[in-house]
Design a binder for this molecule. Structure first.
Ligand SMILES: *[C@@H]1O[C@H](CO)[C@@H](O)[C@H](O)[C@H]1NC(C)=O
Ligand SMILES: *[C@@H]1O[C@H](CO)[C@@H](O)[C@H](O)[C@H]1NC(C)=O
Ligand SMILES: *[C@@H]1O[C@H](CO)[C@@H](O)[C@H](O)[C@H]1NC(C)=O
Ligand SMILES: *[C@@H]1O[C@H](CO)[C@@H](O)[C@H](O)[C@H]1NC(C)=O
Ligand SMILES: *[C@@H]1O[C@H](CO)[C@@H](O)[C@H](O)[C@H]1NC(C)=O
Length: 640
């Protein structure tokens, strides 16, 4: 008899090991999908993805958590969630399987996989606040319960309870069971879970959608519903251990009819009975595992980037901006008015009314362009979130920047408040954003209207370039001069202003002007009355006398920067504003120059001829196109 307890232990161990293998991590793949868009820099992206996955795993492992997020500033956001009834080991096993599966998406900039036991998702934009989206779906088992109507009624009760209780439970997880009254000893087991980064109301909304979806499953014995923010599942076989059941009655507003639960006997029975119970459970588990190849229906989940830009409803955007009220107006850019809006999910966005023609042709261009722009992801470029083309105007929805634009900090209310380090960061970040547009994105995008009011600042005063890509919507055949969008006085490269010759170097010129503005705190087209005080001319004159560090805004503390450093910055600005486009560096060269500390003497600068007359474009009064140039100037001045 001495050997008996040992034997029970060994049988238990074997049983637990068997149980603890794949079936317990619940690696039944329910849904997966890759974004149709690829990242442009695969190496960097996977490096960042690897490090976010590592940090997700650390959180699951070290803190025994069932939910974790991790992100990289370059634009990688990742989220994992295990069902709370999984042990740490099983949760990690599910996560590892999910990572292996999601890597099949290779270069895709977004992907997710959903198992019974866990889900994993990553995107290049923040999706943590999403709770329900098009593409939510359900999967029903194909076996019908033996007492269909009694079973279906119990399932409905149980799901209704889960829907009500889950949002109120801290951690948004509930697992419960219910006996089927008159159902031949059957019991229904149910689990509901929301992601932890959404509000209670988001969990509630998601649960409602999920419950509606899953209602198509009973009286079949299994059902699952999935959405971006939640998961709901029921089955007639137990898929979680008894001791994981949560008493949800305190969270139900209406008292539940069946409060008696049959799951509390476990602790009361002896070793042999426990073994029997375990074996019984195992048989159930194995049976449920065998029926795992359930038919999969429905779309893959509609993560934002799987579908390209979001198509917003006009009435939602109108409501978000209080019918485009004046008090919500943020400003007026080259392409139309911009409004601040608060969407239904609480997210603040900037909404631009596009003031371009609405011909059928233009609409087509607009759609392909919006798709292209919304695929541009870079930390120094404003994100286009979506659009709306079914309404009286074409609308574009952008991420919102609280700190508004650079010109406010250089010439407006915030004048003089940027320190040297912040200025250098803005100069570098802007160069990176432009370099991406010109050289790294799969289509070369020339901005055409780089200026300090088009550079927005985030909470940390990092720059984000706005309005890129829109100039491509302008009709090709029309002269660049016939439209006020072509460029802005004081920032426009001479070859573009006069001859309409457009290249990346057009942007480099405008960038150089912005650099000089950032350093000096002086607007490019402002003078004190003396023509020699025009920014570009002043900078060149100082440079020729080797005194160009004096261009730095006087209010800046001289201790914040070295004279050589200031001179270098001005030289880079001047290098970008040379008359001959070929002499200007590319934006990626500018990034390298800004990051290295070496001397620039190997690149002598040539003084632009154009500055010897008063203002850049106005100097060309004798050229054939002078009339239109003058028109351009006047339009620009009057539109300010
Ligand atoms: C994305 O990359 C994969 C392979 O890395 C390739 O098969 C696929 O065609 C690419 N998709 C696009 C839209 O470029
Ligand atoms: C990321 O991890 C995968 C798998 O461990 C590896 O094959 C790949 O080389 C890693 N990529 C980078 C850039 O570190
Ligand atoms: C249920 O689905 C499985 C797997 O698709 C299939 O093999 C089986 O025949 C189906 N049973 C019924 C009753 O349709
Ligand atoms: C229900 O369980 C009881 C006792 O466990 C058993 O006597 C009865 O036959 C079962 N009923 C059905 C329909 O399986
Ligand atoms: C729940 O029961 C399982 C075995 O059925 C056991 O391994 C686990 O430790 C229990 N968990 C808790 C929290 O009691």
């Amino acid at each position: 008899m001495q050997a008996k307890p040992e034997c029970i232990t060994c049988v238990l161990t074997i049983v637990l090991l068997w149980w603890g293998s794949a079936a317990d991590a619940e690696l039944n793949l329910l849904n997966s999908g890759c974004s149709q868009y690829n990242v442009t820099n695969f190496r960097d992206f996977t490096g960042d993805l690897n490090s976010t996955f590592l940090r997700l795993r650390e959180q699951l492992n070290d803190d025994s958590r069932h939910f974790a997020t991790a992100e990289e500033a370059s634009g990688v956001y990742a989220m994992v969630q295990c069902r709370n009834y999984l042990s740490r080991v099983d949760c990690l096993a599910c996560f590892d399987a999910a990572v292996a599966e999601i890597r099949r998406c290779s270069a895709a900039n977004g992907a997710r996989v959903i198992y019974d036991g866990c889900f994993l998702r990553y995107e290049s934009n923040n999706f943590y606040d999403q709770y329900t989206q098009e593409g939510h779906t359900m999967i029903c088992g194909n076996k019908s319960a033996s007492e269909p109507s009694a079973f279906a009624a119990t399932v409905q009760d149980l799901l209704a309870d889960l829907q009500v209780a889950t949002p109120k439970i801290s951690g948004y997880f509930a697992a419960t069971e219910k006996e089927v009254v008159g159902g031949g000893n059957a019991t229904v087991y149910g689990v509901a879970q929301c992601i932890e980064t959404i509000a209670e109301s988001g969990c509630r909304d998601c649960m409602q959608v999920a419950n509606t979806d899953i209602q198509r499953c009973p009286p079949n014995t299994d059902g699952r519903a999935m959405d971006v923010g939640c998961f709901l599942r029921y089955s007639d076989s137990p898929f979680f251990a008894d001791n994981q059941t949560i008493d949800i009655t305190p969270f139900l507003t209406t008292p539940s009819s069946s409060s008696t639960r049959n799951g509390i006997i476990g602790g009361l029975v002896g070793g042999v009975a426990l073994l029997l119970l375990l074996i019984t459970l195992l048989v159930w588990f194995k049976r449920s595992a065998a029926s795992n190849d359930l038919p999969i229906r429905g779309d893959i989940l509609g993560a934002t980037e799987l579908r390209g830009p979001i198509n917003y409803k006009y009435k939602d955007l109108s409501a978000a901006t209080k019918k485009f009220s004046l008090q919500n107006k943020l400003g007026e850019g080259g392409f139309g008015e911009v409004f601040k809006g608060v969407l239904k999910n609480g997210k603040t966005v900037a909404i631009k009314k596009l003031a371009i023609m609405q011909s059928q042709r233009a609409k087509l261009d607009y759609e392909s362009e919006v798709k292209l722009i919304s695929n541009v992801h870079h930390r120094n470029l404003i994100r286009l979130l979506g659009c709306c083309n079914k309404g009286p105007e074409l609308l574009l929805v952008y991420e919102y920047m609280k700190n508004s634009s650079l010109d406010k900090f250089l010439f407006g209310e915030g004048r003089g408040s940027l320190n040297w380090k912040q200025r250098c960061d803005i100069i570098l970040g802007t160069a990176r954003g432009l370099s991406y547009l010109h050289e790294e994105f799969h289509v070369c995008i020339i901005h055409r209207d780089i200026k300090s009011s088009n550079i927005l600042l985030d909470d940390d005063f990092q720059p984000k370039i706005a309005d890129f890509g829109l100039a491509r919507l302008l009709p090709q055949d029309k002269s660049h001069l016939s439209t006020k969008f072509a460029g802005t006085l004081g920032y426009t490269a001479p070859e573009y202003a006069i001859h309409g010759q457009l290249s990346e170097k057009t942007d480099v010129y405008s960038y150089g002007i912005v650099v000089l503005e950032i350093v000096s705190g002086q607007r490019s087209h402002e003078t004190t009355g003396d023509p020699d005080s025009f920014l570009l001319k002043k900078a060149w004159t100082l440079y020729e006398n080797n005194m160009h560090h004096q261009l730095v805004e006087e209010s800046l503390d001289g201790k914040e920067y070295e004279v050589e450093e200031a001179k270098r910055m001005v030289e880079i600005g001047l290098m970008c504003t040379q008359s001959a486009a070929a002499l200007r560096p590319s934006m990626s060269e500018v990034v390298v120059l800004l990051k290295s500390k070496g001397s620039l003497e190997s690149r002598p600068l040539t003084r632009p001829t154009i500055i010897d007359s008063t203002v850049g474009v106005e100097a060309s009064t004798s050229t054939a196109s002078s009339a239109s140039v003058a028109t351009l100037s006047i339009t620009q001045i009057s539109s300010r």
